[in-house]
Design a protein around this ligand. Structure first.
Ligand code: DX5
Ligand code: ZN
Length: 220
């Protein structure tokens, strides 16, 4: 088994104490994570509400790292403009949230920022294969979206492998990101399966040494 040399690491701020947001962003910067992951929830697509574009814009302004929005919302197309305006560098929407993913990706193309789709644990990887030429990133959910702090679903590893082979067959330089329950116990297996970005929230905030945790996830 040849382990993938290095993965990028994105930190979800969902699990932070928002009254401490400034300090959290500094902690993320010092940890040498690659980006910030913004979990946007509408209480409809998922049974939880997080924060919206104005807090996202504050985080973008306050952080030097690229910020990517993971939209867990219905009618994601309606929110593209406000999140592009907030300054995020990439938008990810759920394939389960729209009947017209090609149209949504076309809309995003005009904005010039990164584009991607997120995939729920029970959704087959095959459903995004037709989109591979039109996305920069596929975010595979390894928990049901909606809450931080859930346990990693091990079936995700097979989905990462399947998606990596489909992307290789299509000759697409796809970024495969994995989100939910990512920690020290599954990071190496995910990299080995072909994931090149790992998203972490709870495990990052629990780690006594954030920089060591990020290095461990990166496999550096
Ligand atoms: C879940 C979110 C995830 C999650 C990551 O709906 O999309 O980004 O908060 O956090 P942990 O690491 O707590 O699973
Ligand atoms: Zn997320």
């Amino acid at each position: 088994m040849i382990e993938q040399p290095c993965a990028r690491v994105s930190i979800s701020v969902l699990g932070t104490d928002f009254t401490e947001l400034g300090r959290t962003l500094e902690r993320i910067r010092l940890s040498e994570a690659d980006s910030i992951h913004l979990d946007i929830m509408d209480g409809r697509f998922v049974p939880n509400i997080s924060f919206g574009s104005s807090i996202a814009a504050d985080i973008v302004r306050a952080s030097a790292l690229p910020c990517r929005a993971h939209l867990m919302i219905e009618h994601p197309e309606d929110a593209f403009d406000t999140f592009v305006g907030a300054g995020v560098t990439e938008l990810l929407f759920h394939v389960e949230a729209t009947r017209f993913p090609f149209r949504a990706l076309q809309l995003l193309k005009r904005s010039g920022i990164g584009r991607g789709v997120a995939v729920n644990p029970a959704t087959q990887v095959e459903s995004v294969v037709p989109l591979l030429d039109s996305v920069d990133t596929v975010l595979l959910m390894s928990v049901e979206p909606g809450f931080g702090g859930q346990s990693f679903l091990p079936g995700t590893l097979a989905k990462v492998r399947m998606l990596r082979s489909a992307a290789d067959r299509a000759g697409t330089p796809l970024r495969i990101a994995v989100d939910g329950g990512v920690d020290a116990s599954n990071a190496a297996a995910l990299r080995d399966a072909g994931a090149d970005e790992l998203v972490a929230g709870t495990a990052f905030f629990r780690a006594a040494d954030s920089a060591a945790f990020v290095r461990l996830l990166k496999g550096a």
